[in-house]
Design a protein around this ligand. Sequence first.
Ligand code: SAM
Length: 303
Amino acid sequence: MQDNGSPSHPCEEQAMVSKQEAHYDDVAKEYNKAWFYEDGTDYQRWLVRSLQTRLQAAPDSRVVDMGGGTGNFSAAFYKECKLEKPVLCVDPSRALLAQAQRHVSEVEPLLADGLSFVGTTAYNQAYDRILFKEVVHHFPQDELGVVFAGTFQQLRPGGRLVVMTRPHDSTHYPFFHAAHQTWKAVQQDETIYAQKLRTAGFDVSVDHADYTVTMPLSRWLSMVESRFWSTLHGFSDAEMAEGLKEIKARFLGDSQSASSTTHREQGDHKGEALGREERNDPPISFPDRLVFITGLKAKGGYA
Ligand SMILES: C[S@@+](CC[C@H](N)C(=O)[O-])C[C@H]1O[C@@H](n2cnc3c(N)ncnc32)[C@H](O)[C@@H]1O
């Protein structure tokens, strides 16, 4: 790790093997190929700006990306905000974090799970901004309060945290039925996260934004098959095959000609004229529905 004047990292050696680690080891190689994590896309630019609007990092802010994974997003955030110090990318997955080494000037990788990191008193009041992007559902409910309380300690007065997550209901994503059920069991309602942040001492506000995702059906199917989100991790190959069939049936119907029906239903009368390839692999669209929970540590807040 480079010496950039940040505190030493006593929690590094304590990184625990999280139960999600097996999932992230499996997907690490292909992680940045999933539509949501590709580098340099309009979606990534939109997301970076959406988060900066809420985090309000200044160039001299010390920023932590909790569960920052491959560091791709941390690096994009660093560039957009013209930060002067690398973003500290904290993650317990060795496989994902190894990829953060690519961003040496923008990202400082730290192998640690959230609980060990926030429990390290050496970091108290060491940071100005802490981002939890797509990670909050990984903390067990009884751990989350401790993690938020520790985060509150680590922020300087006037510091901010943003939790970016997704809703408890996932039915706007074209998954199969069993995947929606798994999602619901893991992803808490946003009001629960917001309440835990209030209890930790933050002034909290919640808002939402949608981004319309469009991609060929075949790409979505191969992302689902690769179990790109941890929701999909526990399904066996046989269950996955059934799930993919369910998704295909939804978009293609029983016969291949059903895709033109889909297009007509969407008000696209070009459906009849589609070539065979497009009939078998129509573009699909759905909203990526994001929840932003912003926590402010008031200037008079104690550490
Ligand atoms: C869906 S990925 C999001 C990665 C990154 N924030 C992004 O948006 O590209 C979830 C990340 O949370 C990390 N994670 C899982 N359990 C964690 C924990 N207990 N503490 C910190 N990070 C954790 C995973 O290793 C993974 O990198």
